[in-house]
Design a protein around this ligand. Structure first.
Ligand code: UD1
Length: 314
């Protein structure tokens, strides 16, 4: 029987958490609908109990949660522009899925759910850094959906005593992130294009900035959130990021150095639902779970470029 369940296990964050658990010798079950997750991301996880299933299906949720102690809920349709194009699918795969999972987790006697929240909850407020005491101001359907899931987490902690912890991720990147869709994260797209000698497109003037967070930091935050004492963390929401930000134009320059790309970027209209700047205050996670980002942006970018260079992302 698996002690841990990872939802969205064929996505890049889910598979990275599952791999870290497996490396510790833990028993892991994973579920993924394979809507955006890729079977190829399950390489190295052959010992895991894998369920191909959709969290919008209550029976799949029950099957996934049976006998589990801790859930890492990473499954989502992760993309702001995708949610602008199709808000109903985003709601189904983020909100309905999260509620179904919580109901099933409670029924199965799961002790704790650690949830992949999103920095998009803060919206386009000018205040930087973003701290958890700020009023959420979601500006895209995706942000609304991730925030709704977060609030369900808090409500389930409050009214049912299910231990829940929300980590608000800030632009996570690293190996296994899918570069193939125009809904993909910008670093995955840029790494693949620039290594292939193709021109990347920057939406807007490139002065928008993000607190890009290397995957290993996010995996560590999850492991800490799962292990922290309930009285400290249950029902809490905290940022998981690096606490520094970098403009997209500067990211492009660093990627030129790392990939050898010699051209210039193309510039296009800013994207609907885009925010200008994003930077996390990470003091709460430091205080509550002892989180400290170990890998900085530059080192994370170097490792990421090396991974795409092997062609593993194709
Ligand atoms: C948003 C959320 C983040 C979420 C992610 C999921 C915010 C602050 N963050 O990130 O929490 O996990 O969606 O997808 O809302 N860009 C280009 N060229 C490209 C692709 C993107 O210039 O080819 C630009 C975008 O317009 C944006 C920036 O790069 O300004 C980052 O885009 P992306 O990687 O999609 O993430 P966010 O939308 O910031």
């Amino acid at each position: 029987m698996a002690k841990y369940l990872v939802t969205g296990v064929a996505g890049f964050i889910g598979r990275s958490i599952a791999a870290a658990l497996a490396a510790r010798g833990e028993s892991v079950r994973g579920i993924d609908s394979l809507i955006t997750g890729k079977r190829s991301n399950l390489v190295g996880l052959e010992a895991m109990d894998f369920i191909e299933g959709d969290l919008a299906d209550v029976d799949a949720c029950a099957q996934a949660c049976a006998g589990v102690e801790v859930v890492f809920h990473e499954a989502a349709l992760a993309s702001v522009p995708r949610s602008v194009a199709d808000p109903v699918s985003t709601n189904r795969n983020c909100v309905d899925a999260t509620l179904n999972l919580l109901v099933a987790a409670r029924a199965a006697g799961v002790r704790r759910v650690v949830y992949a929240g999103s920095s998009s909850a803060y919206g386009d407020t000018p205040t930087l850094p973003k701290h958890e005491g700020m009023l959420p101001k979601p500006i895209s359907p995706y942000a609304v959906a991730k925030l709704a899931g977060e609030q369900y987490m808090c409500a389930f902690a409050r009214v049912y005593g299910l231990e829940t912890v929300t980590l608000r991720y800030f632009n996570v990147f690293g190996p296994f992130q899918d570069p193939s869709s125009h809904y993909s994260g910008v670093l995955a797209i840029f790494c693949r294009k620039m290594l292939a000698g193709e021109q990347p497109t920057i939406y807007g003037d490139g002065k928008q900035s993000r607190d890009f967070t290397y995957i290993d930091n996010v995996v560590e935050a999850n492991l800490l959130a799962a292990a922290a004492p309930a009285e400290k963390v249950s029902g809490q929401v905290m940022n998981a990021a690096t606490g520094s930000r970098i403009p997209l134009n500067e990211v492009f320059v660093q990627l030129c150095e790392l990939t050898g790309y010699r051209g210039k970027p193309a510039y296009a209209e800013p994207r609907a639902g885009d925010i200008r700047d994003s930077l996390a205050d990470i003091q709460l996670a430091q205080r509550l779970i002892g989180y400290q980002p170990a890998i900085d942006f530059r080192e994370g970018l170097r490792r990421t470029v090396e991974w795409y260079r092997t062609g593993a992302g194709d």
